[in-house]
Design a protein. Structure first.
Length: 421
């Protein structure tokens, strides 16, 4: 069976038949843990407990705030525990070959940009420095209540210096926003491949919907990866109060079936009345379910809204051939937004970013849809449920020729329609 650790990520990741998992880790359902404990301990496993930085990558300062994962899972009532310490192949044997009930791979999801090569390789996986005129952010006109939650890389420590106009759009604890370290592997001035991903998305939301304020959560490493535990804990966090959630991340599973724990977390969020918008990703396997966007085709409760990409650089909306299938499509090619300043391009040290960039991927189509739903919900002043607002908007897309209210490109005009493909 082809399995291997992938060195392109900052945290441990292994590939199993096109799916990404945490090597040597298992998610164990609470109901089966006592019966499985002797077997798991015989294979060298143990329930996860936080270790010191340097020995436990989850506790390193540049990692997202995992904390005591199992204590957090228990508090969130996600009905699973994380077990670690196995040899890499043990989870593959127990889950894939023996198919023992109550044991699950600890899935890894990555920022859903780029094509093939685990969704982020090739030149499309990186932002391009903007050389033309810089756009401006309009004045914020929204309410202080957060409208969109962005679960991503966070924002750089100097975001207020680089983009002071973005401050009014990030109204929830602006002095304590989760920090994107930009260079998680300490490579000097060379930016990590997805450093600034969250800042770019926050800028897109501000450009499209100045009525909308954004809640920022950090779940992605600067190299783009997260996992079931961190994603589910963020989704079910009591601090997440925004009615619309943007997930510009995703991945495949080994058997193409959804993660049980992620299903549990999404069900809780959707049953709470929130709307989840997820990037459909871009890969060379467009017919394979790409989660969490693939939850769009499941339910009840009403599923996730999956967003694929249009290429609108020619002035009209045409299908972007690299996008996975989705239920709605939005501009995804060469979008312009807020970015880092003074950092070198991850593939070209001579190219230095100066605060704005162009980027391509369904990562950036998804927040356009999320922002528009939140804008309409804000305008309705909460009189209609946010899911009803979303359904009305989506139902209008195929025929209404709706287009974003802001120019999203350096030169090209806005698209004539969002529905394409």
């Amino acid at each position: 069976m082809p399995t291997n650790r992938l060195r392109r990520f900052r945290s441990p990741v292994m590939e199993v038949h096109g799916a990404l998992i945490r090597p040597g880790e298992l998610l164990v359902e609470d109901a089966f843990e006592d019966d499985l404990r002797p077997l798991l301990e015989r294979h060298g496993g143990r329930p996860y407990r936080p270790g010191p930085p340097g020995r436990d990558w989850r506790q390193d300062p540049s990692a997202p705030d995992y904390g005591d994962v199992n204590a957090r899972l228990r508090e969130a009532r996600l009905a699973h525990r994380l077990w670690v310490g196995f040899a890499d192949e043990v989870p593959v044997d127990l889950v894939r070959r023996q198919r023992l009930r109550g044991l699950h791979f600890h899935h890894v999801y990555v920022g859903a940009v780029g094509v093939q090569d685990f969704y982020q390789g090739g030149p499309d996986g990186w932002a391009a420095a903007l050389t033309g005129a810089r756009p401006t952010l309009g004045p914020a006109v929204g309410q202080p209540t957060p409208s969109v939650a962005v679960l991503d890389t966070g924002v750089p420590a100097d975001w207020e210096t680089t983009h002071p106009d973005l401050g009014p759009f990030l109204r929830l604890n602006p002095d304590a926003l989760p920090i994107d370290p930009l260079d998680g592997d300490d490579a000097g001035s060379l930016l990590d491949v997805q450093g600034g991903h969250g800042l770019f998305i926050a800028g897109l939301i501000a450009r499209v919907a100045p009525e909308v304020s954004t809640q920022v959560f950090r779940v992605l490493e600067t190299t783009g990866e997260t996992d079931d535990a961190e994603l589910c804990l963020a989704l079910t966090s009591k601090e997440l109060t925004a009615p619309v959630i943007n997930l510009s991340l995703g991945g495949f599973t080994d058997d193409d079936l959804p993660s049980l724990m992620l299903s549990t977390a999404l069900d809780a969020v959707l049953n709470d009345g929130k709307v989840v918008v997820a990037a459909a990703g871009a890969s060379d396997q467009p017919d394979r379910p790409f989660y969490p966007a693939a939850y769009a085709y499941q339910g009840p409760p009403p599923g996730v809204i999956s967003v694929g990409g249009c290429d609108t650089t020619g002035g009209s909306a045409v299908a972007w051939s690299k996008s996975n299938k989705a239920e709605v499509y939005a501009p995804a090619v060469e979008l312009v937004s807020t970015y880092v300043s003074g950092w070198a391009h991850p593939n070209d040290a001579a190219a230095v970013f100066t605060g704005w960039a162009k980027w391509t991927g369904t990562s950036f189509a998804a927040p356009l849809v999320a922002a528009e739903i939140a804008r309409r919900f804000t305008k309705a002043q909460g009189l209609d449920p946010v899911r009803e607002v979303a359904n009305t908007f989506l139902g209008q897309l195929p025929n209404a020729g709706w287009q974003p209210s802001a120019r999203l490109y350096e030169v090209q005009p806005p698209p004539t329609a969002w529905q394409c493909g």
